[in-house]
Design a protein around this ligand. Structure first.
Ligand SMILES: *Cc1c(COP(=O)(O)O)cnc(C)c1O
Length: 370
């Protein structure tokens, strides 16, 4: 079976470096809030092109705590509206409702799978305070257009960069466009820890200080509490692992781009719609094709020994968790959720496997037509 993503092979490439980093932390006797975290935060901020990075426990917390910090700073209040793509991964929306803010779902463009700036303009009301674009599948949203809208309407921008570490437009990377950005380092993300981890990037010092307090019980100084905070910290072992892996991120992205280019140049099947190439803006966290006979295609690929996944099978507005929205209609999202299929892509996938996947996909229509 060709696996969708071979995490074991990915981390095996850096085994010695990871073991050294781990050993260094074990021997230091310091496991939370030390040098490793500070070092990684600096490296990651510098990689993204921001002043600050604040490590937290996971990507969902990165988004939740940023919105929470804006509430603490008086920039947001209960019931304010946050514009978010209707086809995003559920975590982007959970972060909004966890803060008693109101998600306003906006349809994506079918071309890019990312939020459509024209639809953002139409959704803005007096209560709109934040745009939360998601760089879905690893492709940077249309940030020049989004920042222009935000500026004209005086809105905050929180990027969800959980899938897009290193993606850039005009040399400006994911995480450096908005007022703040949430990142996930879940093991399967393009920059993955060996456990849960996340971070916020920002160049706003007041926000950075508020986030540092919020992640640590609301405390900026030992035993003094500014806020009713939480415990959401990025521990020393994971920070040390992430410093190792950040050093290899650009090489891994280059491999993903090579695989994506091979798919785009060689998949030739009228039943399949390929994603658009967009040079540096895309880091190919997942390679997503569309196909009207998606379920048949997935079954066919599985029979030929190729594992694929669906990102995502159910749109947020049809989830039971948000049953108030179940009668709403978001036709573009619904079509995306019915048609998308993610092919294997990753920093270690061998060329022969890519060639096999292309051959099998190109033979698919013959099967359907019998
Ligand atoms: C993974 C992901 C998150 C959440 O990150 P976790 O670290 O799993 O909490 C948020 N948004 C998007 C778009 C994601 O893909």
């Amino acid at each position: 079976m060709i696996p969708f993503l071979d995490l074991k092979a990915i981390n095996a490439q850096y085994r010695d470096e990871l073991v050294d980093a781990c050993t260094r932390v074990i021997d230091s006797g310091w496991y939370i809030g030390g040098n490793e975290l500070e070092k990684f935060e600096q490296k990651f901020a510098s990689y993204c092109g921001t002043e600050f990075a604040i490590g937290v426990a996971n990507g969902l917390d990165a988004l939740i705590l940023t919105l929470r910090a804006w509430k603490e700073l008086g920039k947001l209040k209960d019931g304010d509206e946050v514009i978010v793509p209707s086809n995003t991964y559920i975590a982007s929306i959970l972060a909004i409702t966890a803060n008693s803010l109101t998600p306003v779902l906006v349809e994506p463009s079918l071309e890019s799978f990312n939020i459509d700036p024209n639809n953002i303009e139409l959704a803005i009301t007096d209560k709109t305070k934040v745009i939360l674009p998601v760089h879905l599948y690893g492709r940077l949203a249309d940030m020049p257009a989004i920042m222009d809208i935000a500026k004209r309407h005086n809105l905050l921008v929180l990027e969800d960069s959980a899938q897009a570490h290193g993606a850039s437009i005009d040399g400006k990377r994911a995480g450096s466009w908005g007022d703040a950005s949430g990142f996930s380092f879940y093991p399967g993300k393009n920059l993955g820890a060996l456990g849960d981890a996340g971070a916020i990037t920002t160049s706003n010092e007041e926000l950075a200080n508020t986030l540092r307090a919020l992640r640590n019980y609301g405390s900026h100084e030992k035993y003094k509490n500014l806020f009713q905070g939480v415990n959401s910290r990025l521990d020393e072992i994971q920070a040390a692992m992430l410093s190792v892996k950040l050093g290899h991120l650009d090489t891994e992205i280059a491999h993903r781009r090579k695989v994506a280019t091979a798919y785009i140049e060689s998949i030739d099947n009228p039943a399949i719609i390929l994603p658009a190439q967009q040079h540096n803006a895309h880091v190919w966290h997942v390679f997503v094709i569309r196909c009207e006979q998606r379920d048949a295609l997935q079954k066919y690929l599985a029979e030929q020994g190729i594992q694929t996944l669906i990102h995502y099978p159910i749109p947020p507005h049809q989830q039971q968790a948000y049953n108030d929205w179940n009668t709403y209609s978001y036709p573009v999202s619904e079509m995306i959720h019915k048609q998308v299929l993610s092919l294997p892509i990753g920093p270690t996938i061998p060329e022969q496997e890519v060639i096999k996947i292309i051959e099998v996909i190109n033979s698919f229509s013959n099967v359907v037509e019998g």
